[in-house]
Write a protein that binds this ligand. Structure first.
Ligand SMILES: [Zn+2]
Length: 487
């Protein structure tokens, strides 16, 4: 089992600053926040990290289009992401930005370590190689085959030139056997098992060395050993997990990096986290055993979310309709964590009313109402009939969907118990047996509700807190509805 005393570092990917936060990034970030809140509630030391990836050609392009310089552009974008996550009640310890001075310093340190590194086959980890591709003069960048339309740059309608440039490459191939072994032996854990299988599949397909620098991208971190080139994507973005906790400035980062590390992400960047990143860590002499948790993608009513289809659900729209707690609940209960999910506002509405307004909300107000009316000033919480231990275990195994199922089983059970026992009928009878029965039932119900409040707190911090506060009050008062029915 896990050692609770080991500090826990929880990360989300840093989000690329050229776009706006969408439901997918909200989902990843909420999931990471649920785990962080769960462990914090158990008094474990947790550091949660999220942020923005602010370098690269696409950001420079987006800034140019907006008519501002890249730094002003990313300053604005970082604010947008920060505000969006705060709006979802995500309590991160640090929001890291890859243009921050300590990150730049940390990446330089990382790159220098990489330059000095020898692979297990005693070869330099970094070598000069040739990068080839289609270069558009107008765009001033390489375009991928996919981006070309009938062999032309779609923006400039001109045929790109086939150019080669000298880049630095990372000798990933020399590290593959070690990483594959770590995954097979579960020293490098990947959740869920489908994501683990997918990763093992990459090894069969073959994984190539990758280029870590570009000559023609100015908006980036210059390589400390060759200032004509800038660091390319992975060696700038991935090290944020280290620099975010102080890498490159003494040994402080080890408090976190030598503890337990959990990386959350969507499956599209699984390969880079499960193969590239551990190899880079091995090269710079950092330990790699850690946990990767990858979730799937969302469609809306069976279709891919896209602006042109007009079916994009924005986090703020969901919040406006279902509240912050409601949105967090609806997203994490939408599909088993790790699988692809299909969303619809209609289903959200039904689920919100059924599970929150009727289910949890109704249980909380009925229970506190009866405690207020029938047991004035003499409430002591009984033993909860059903502890929610299994929900906790599911959270710790990153199975948020099943954790919620477990909690909702108990909510349904408690609501049914009230209907069956009919405490209001017992209250009418004045005999001792009925009164004792009433008291026992309500104090157990109150204890059960408190258990439920604790269990939902990582998912729905506000609702959890409000229920807890009401049950801890000297004399219990009925709480106003937690979830207003939505229409
Ligand atoms: Zn072009």
């Amino acid at each position: 089992m896990r050692n609770f005393r080991v500090p826990l570092l929880i990360t989300t990917p840093i989000y690329y600053a050229n776009a706006a936060p969408h439901l997918g990034s909200a989902y990843t970030t909420i999931a990471a926040d649920v785990l962080a809140r769960h462990w914090r509630n158990q008094k474990r030391r947790v550091f949660s990290l999220t942020g923005t990836d602010e370098h690269g050609q696409k950001v420079a392009d987006a800034a140019k289009q907006a008519g501002v310089d890249p730094q002003a552009f990313v300053d604005q974008q970082a604010k947008v992401f920060k505000t969006a996550f705060q709006g979802l009640n995500v309590g991160f310890d640090r929001f890291i930005r890859t243009t921050e001075p300590d990150h730049l310093k940390g990446v330089e340190f990382f790159l220098n370590q990489l330059k000095k590194a020898q692979t297990p086959k005693k070869r330099p980890a970094i070598y000069k190689g040739i990068y080839q591709g289609w270069y558009c003069q107008g765009c001033e960048k390489f375009l991928t085959e996919k981006e070309l339309v009938e062999g032309k740059c779609p923006l400039h309608q001109t045929a790109p030139q086939y150019l080669t440039e000298e880049n630095y490459f990372f000798r990933l191939s020399d590290y593959l056997p070690q990483i594959r072994k770590a995954i097979s032996q579960n020293k490098l854990k990947i959740f869920p098992s489908t994501a683990r299988q997918e990763t093992l599949g990459y090894f069969k397909q073959g994984v190539q060395d990758f280029s870590i620098s570009r000559q023609k991208v100015d908006w980036g971190v210059p390589l400390p050993f060759d200032k004509r080139q800038t660091a390319y994507v992975w060696v700038d973005a991935l090290p944020n997990y280290l620099t975010g906790v102080g890498y490159g400035q003494g040994r402080r980062y080890r408090n976190w990096w030598r503890g337990e590390v959990v990386h959350f992400m969507a499956r599209d960047i699984l390969k880079f986290h499960a193969i590239y990143w551990p190899a880079l860590l091995l090269a710079v002499g950092e330990p790699m055993p850690y946990t990767i948790v990858a979730h799937g993608f969302f469609t809306v009513e069976g279709k891919k979310m896209s602006k042109s289809l007009g079916n994009v659900i924005l986090p703020k729209e969901a919040i406006a309709k279902f509240g912050v707690d409601g949105t967090r609940y609806l997203l994490l209960s939408a599909c088993p964590f790790g699988q692809d999910g299909d969303l619809s506002m209609v289903r959200f509405l039904e689920k919100y009313n059924a599970d929150l307004a009727n289910g949890l909300g109704n249980l909380a107000s009925r229970t506190t109402n009866m405690l207020e009316r029938y047991l004035v000033g003499r409430v002591s919480l009984g033993q909860p009939p059903k502890p929610l231990l299994r929900a906790n275990q599911h959270i710790e195994n990153f199975d948020f969907f099943r954790a919620l199922q477990e909690i909702w089983k108990t909510i349904t059970w408690a609501n049914q118990a009230i209907d069956k026992v009919q405490p209001w009928e017992l209250a009418k009878k004045q005999d001792k047996t009925s009164q004792a029965k009433l008291k026992k039932f309500l104090s157990e119900l109150a204890a059960q509700l408190l258990e439920i409040a604790k269990a939902i707190k990582p998912f729905m911090p506000e609702a959890g807190k409000r229920i807890e506060a009401s049950l801890h009050a000297e004399s219990i008062k009925k709480i106003p509805p937690l979830f207003i029915r939505a229409v």
